[in-house]
Design a protein around this ligand. Structure first.
Ligand code: 5GP
Length: 199
């Protein structure tokens, strides 16, 4: 997605060879027009499937899950990282190890909002190690729902996330794929026209 790659080049701060900061437009301050455009892009890519629900993990996937939900005309559900006092019902949950924060936590979704009748598209801001998204795919499986695919805004393709998901037979599409980066430079993997045509 050219507009996204341009914004990453213009505003992204490459803090190291593995960490990209995009909080001026993606995941702290959010460019709402761009977020809605991202939602429509996911609809273009996965729209031939009859998606019934968009899933993400709080907090920084929420704006893109909402945008995708608007584009598909379906609800979105976000997995919670902490159990809220209001959450008394049964949940599906999965452990996640965060490599960025070096901590373990559990994500959970109420069983009321996901079931065997659902066809799910998972959406998130970053695909890095894939730990959070593997946890979400475990939840989809536990609920007996069908996973249509995973859509990520930015993929750091030099990390193992895509491989982990593809090993599970999951269709992955990211809007900007970073092959390599270093302070002052970022190299994208060109978007494959055929990839979209085969969808
Ligand atoms: P995972 O390693 O599980 O694929 O990534 C988990 C989460 O860590 C992502 O959804 C994202 O919120 C955050 N994350 C991973 N890598 C980066 C990065 O380079 N920059 C930013 N801003 N967040 C990241």
């Amino acid at each position: 997605m050219k507009v996204l790659e341009d914004r990453i080049r213009e505003e992204g701060q490459i803090l190291s060879e593995t960490v990209l900061k995009v909080d001026s437009f993606l995941n702290h301050q959010v460019d709402t027009a761009l977020a809605l455009q991202i939602g429509r892009e996911f609809k273009d890519i996965f729209g031939q499937e009859r998606v019934t629900k968009i899933l993400t993990v709080e907090a920084s996937g929420i704006q893109f899950a909402m945008a995708a939900g608007i584009a598909f005309g379906v609800p979105f559900v976000y997995a919670k990282k902490k159990k809220a006092v209001t959450q008394s019902e049964e949940v599906y949950s999965a452990p996640v190890h965060s490599f960025t924060r070096q901590e373990d936590y559990r994500i959970s979704i109420s069983q009321k909002y996901l079931g065997p009748e659902d066809k799910v598209l998972i959406v998130d801001d970053f695909l890095a190690t894939g730990a959070a998204l593997v946890g979400l795919t475990d939840i989809v499986e536990a609920a007996g729902a069908e996973l249509v695919g995973v859509g990520c805004v930015i993929e750091k393709s030099f990390q193992e996330g895509r491989g982990l998901l593809e090993q599970r037979g999951i269709r992955v599409h990211s809007l900007a794929r970073i092959a390599a980066m270093a302070p002052g430079e970022v190299h994208f993997i060109p978007e494959l026209i055929e990839e979209r045509a085969e969808c």
